[in-house]
Design a protein around this ligand. Structure first.
Ligand code: 13P
Length: 340
């Protein structure tokens, strides 16, 4: 595929007023979500839940792409249409998580490296043939007093760059995702320092691997205080520091940065994105690729009951709409109370 086609898919994924729905939970992760609403983690329930999300009326107004999990990309909607085909027909781009999870990094206690490079070329060709047009790979970086080590984030940056090169070779737009976790009691300045170091390392590796920067998206964390910090930064501080860190580390050729929500509440995730887009003046689109912050209200409304599908879809549509507004800085907290 010519590089320009990758650039065109990447640009469509960060089109105005839209963002990405991350619905790529692995079986253990979806189990956690289902346990919270007392639903058992069966294939049938996973299909029913994802069917509800992906058939939400009007979703395409605010959602440009959906990241699927391996099982889901091979499943069909309740009317028999394969999920990737259903999305495509609605003008939503199907994507796929291709990493095999963060595993302990040998000899580096407390640190992780993401696996999944072996055999990746073959898996990417398969995903392309079933309709995927973009991919995602997530690396996890945890902050403590003496971690992360430079070795650990370089190892993850190397794997992310190898993945991104293979993905572009297969005609699939890579979403490179280094996530600096918000777990812990660290200050926002410590998150700022680690995020900058991680992103600088990532872009060095991407350049060395000849990855086309206009044919990828960066998915990353916002610069936030640790969840357990006693002095958590406010919305404006988060927005200012995040925009400053990205401005120093993310090349202008990158079409967009899509944030993960990472444990922020739905409202915080929307308010932070909104405040950044109000600052403006940066070369890339700033958008969302939320999992929990888009799905949480839909999951809570659904509760595993067929009778609640419409309520779940309304909740997802409402959340997507508010994040769509945050893309242009036009979200107002009062909009939270508008009827879904
Ligand atoms: P959260 O928004 O729930 O962090 O999930 C996004 C994601 O895809 C993490 O890889």
């Amino acid at each position: 595929m010519p590089a320009t086609e990758l650039a065109s898919i990447a640009a469509d994924l960060v089109a105005a007023n839209k963002g990405i729905l991350a619905a790529d939970e692995s079986h253990p992760t979806i189990e956690k979500r289902f346990t919270s609403i007392d639903v058992s983690n069966t294939e049938e329930n996973r299909q029913a839940y994802r069917n509800m999300l992906l058939t939400t009326p009007g979703l395409e107004e605010f959602i440009s792409g959906v990241i699927l999990f391996d099982e889901t990309i091979r499943q069909s909607a309740s009317d028999g249409t394969p999920f990737p085909e259903l999305l495509e027909s609605r003008g939503i781009i199907p994507g796929i998580k291709v990493d095999k999870g963060a595993k302990d990094l040998a000899l580096f206690p407390g640190e992780k490296v993401t696996e999944g490079l072996d055999g990746l070329r073959g898996r990417l060709a398969d995903y392309h043939s079933v309709g995927a047009r973009f991919t995602k790979w997530r690396a996890v970086i945890e902050i403590s007093d003496d971690l992360p080590t430079m070795f650990a984030f370089n190892a993850n940056a190397h794997a992310l760059a190898r993945y991104a090169a293979l993905s572009q070779e297969a005609g699939l737009v890579p979403i490179v995702e280094p996530e600096v976790l918000m777990d812990g009691a660290h200050s926002i300045d410590r998150c700022d320092e680690v995020t900058r170091a991680v992103l600088s390392s990532l872009f060095e590796h991407l350049k060395l691997h000849r990855v086309a920067l206009d044919g990828l998206l960066l998915k990353t964390n916002m610069v936030l205080s640790g969840k357990k910090s006693s002095d958590r930064a406010d919305v404006q501080t988060v927005a200012t520091k995040t925009v400053a860190a990205l401005t120093e580390t993310v090349p202008a050729e990158v079409p967009g940065v899509v944030f993960l929500s990472g444990g922020q509440t739905d409202e915080q995730a929307t308010a932070h994105l909104n405040a950044m887009n109000r600052i403006g003046g940066f070369p890339w689109q700033l958008s969302f690729s939320y999992g929990r912050a888009l799905q949480a209200p839909a999951l809570a409304a659904w509760k595993g009951e067929a009778a609640n599908v419409e309520a779940g879809q309304k909740a997802l549509y409402h959340r997507a709409k508010l994040n769509g507004a945050a893309r242009s800085g036009s979200y107002e907290p009062a909009m939270e109370n508008e009827a879904a």
